[in-house]
Structures are given as structure tokens and as C-alpha cells.
Write a protein that binds this ligand. Structure first.
Ligand SMILES: NC(=O)c1ccc[n+]([C@@H]2O[C@H](COP(=O)([O-])OP(=O)(O)OC[C@H]3O[C@@H](n4cnc5c(N)ncnc54)[C@H](O)[C@@H]3O)[C@@H](O)[C@H]2O)c1
Length: 251
């Protein structure tokens, strides 16, 4: 399948996990991809493995770095058709015991990072009538113990997606979000012990009961690739849930 043939894409946080899987699938489907991450070593390795067009690293909390990296990607690719805002962090803490500094940090990465990257990419996406895929989460739809601030950031990402989509509709730029359940990455590995302690249920049993199985980064990449492609030409302002039925379930 070559549904992304000719597309030029910039993927944040693509040194590992879901972002790496998205960058890899985009490249496999014909896109030219620029990898970007906070961690330069993992970005370099990811780009080599994927056969990416290049690397343009940034910390998404730093607007100047983001502007420079987006411009580097545009220079490498000769323009930009797709931005994937994937970089994100988690914090595991009872909400009202979380420090204000840590609350500010997660908003800086997950919300402000998405905002400043969308802003930096917008002129280039308007020029190409391109699109944006924001990686939100089912945590932006329902509440979860230990993930209070994370849930709030992902709800904000869904709302940024909706408003940007509506405002940019006249330009032809589409903006959508993906909302995964628990997927098999380092982020979930870090969360497991706290969830097991809080629920007294082995994490694997919890996942089997609520989602059937753990999602794979490839499950999420498939939906991101579809949304980035011309097959999704009439889809904008949407958020796609991929969670093995977790949010659909009352028991
Ligand atoms: N894993 C899941 O179950 C899951 C579920 C729903 C949503 N998500 C979302 O998917 C995205 C990717 O998550 P993941 O599970 O692959 O996480 P991960 O921790 O495995 O990988 C995240 C990547 O983002 C990079 N990153 C972190 N902070 C950054 C910053 N400030 N600037 C640039 N890059 C930064 C990291 O270096 C890393 O390479 C996140 O937005 C996350 O919230 C994950």
C-alpha cells in the first residue's frame, strides 16, 4: 500500500514508542519522514532504522527549538504535508498530591508543545493543504485514577484539535486526533507498578478485562496513516478511539 506516496511528514517524539511506529509506517507507505525527538540518540537510531529523510530534533516545550526544527524539516523535504504531534509525557500521581511544578511540566509538553508545533507548521500546511494528526488519549475522554493531570492535558489536545480544525477548514488544512487506550510502550511500562498497587489487580489482567489486549504502536500508526492520507479527505475535527472497547464498556 502506498497511501502516503509523495507526502512529506514531521513526527515529534518519533525516537521511540508510538511516534517511531508512526514514522516507520508512514515511510513504508511512501511518505518522506523527518524524525524529531528530545533524545538525539534515539532519534538518530530511529531515522536510520526507518530510512527517514532526516532528523530535526526539538524539545517541544521550547518554542524557538520547535520553530527551528519545523523549518529544518521543511528545508529537508521541500515543504510539509503532515504534522504528527506525538511527543508526550505521563505523570502518575493522585491529582491533589501532585506538585504544581510537575503539573506545569506535563501541560508544557502535552498541551503547549502541541500548540506551538501546530503554530510553527501551519503556514507550511496551508501552502500544501496538508493535515495534522494529534496523539491524544482515551484519558482525554474518561477519568482515570493516578492520571489526573495527564487526563486534563489530553482533553485539552482534543479541544485544540476541534478548534484548529474548524478555524482552518477554509484553508483546506485538516486536523484530527487519535485516542489510544493502553499500548505496549515504555510509557505504559512505567505506569504498570502504580496501577497494580492502586487496583490490587495484575496489570495484564486489567488490560485483558478492559481492552482484550494491550494495543501495539502499529495499531495506532495504522489510524494515524489513514487520517494523514487523502482517503480521509472529508475527516476533520474528529478524534478516533482505539482501545479494544474500553471506553464502550460499562463492566
Ligand atoms: N502508550 C500508551 O498507552 C499511550 C496511550 C495513549 C496515548 N499515548 C500518547 O502517545 C504519545 C507517545 O507515547 P509513547 O507511549 O510512545 O511514549 P514513550 O515515552 O514510549 O515515547 C515518547 C517519546 O517522546 C519523546 N519526548 C518526551 N518529551 C519530549 C519533549 N519535551 N520534546 C520532544 N520529544 C519528547 C521521548 O523522548 C520519547 O521518544 C504520547 O503523546 C502519549 O501521551 C500513549
Amino acid at each position: 500500500m502506498s497511501e502516503l506516496q509523495g507526502k512529506r511528514a514531521f513526527v515529534t517524539g518519533s525516537g521511540a514508542g508510538i511516534g517511531k511506529a508512526i514514522a516507520a509506517l508512514f515511510a513504508e507507505r511512501g511518505a518522506q519522514v523527518v524524525v524529531s525527538d528530545l533524545n538525539a540518540d534515539s532519534a538518530k537510531q530511529s531515522a536510520e532504522e526507518i530510512g527517514a529523510a532526516g532528523v530535526a530534533n526539538c524539545d517541544v516545550t521550547d518554542e524557538a527549538q520547535v520553530q527551528t526544527a519545523v523549518q529544518q524539516a521543511v528545508d529537508l523535504l521541500g515543504g510539509l504535508d503532515v504534522l504528527v504531534n506525538n511527543a508526550g509525557i505521563e505523570v502518575s500521581s493522585p491529582l491533589l498530591q501532585q506538585s504544581t511544578e510537575s503539573f506545569d511540566k506535563i501541560f508544557a509538553v502535552n498541551v503547549r508543545g502541541t500548540f506551538v508545533t501546530m503554530k510553527a507548521a501551519t503556514p507550511h500546511l496551508v501552502a500544501s493543504k496538508g493535515n495534522i494528526v494529534n496523539i491524544a488519549s482515551i484519558a482525554g475522554i474518561g477519568g482515570s485514577p493516578l492520571l489526573g493531570s495527564y487526563c486534563a492535558t489530553k482533553a485539552a489536545v482534543i479541544q485544540l484539535t476541534r478548534v484548529a480544525a474548524v478555524e482552518m477548514r477554509p484553508t483546506g488544512v485538516r486536523v484530527n486526533a487519535v485516542c489510544p487506550g493502553f499500548a505496549d510502550t515504555a510509557m505504559v511500562d512505567r505506569l504498570k507498578p502504580d496501577f497494580e498497587a492502586a487496583t490490587q489487580i495484575p496489570f495484564g489482567d486489567l488490560v485483558a478485562m478492559k481492552q482484550g489486549r494491550l494495543g501495539t504502536p502499529q495499531d495506532i500508526a495504522e489510524v494515524a496513516a489513514f487520517l494523514a492520507s487523502d482517503r480521509a479527505a472529508w475527516i476533520t475535527g474528529s478524534h478516533y478511539v482505539l482501545d479494544g472497547g474500553l471506553t464502550a464498556s460499562l463492566v
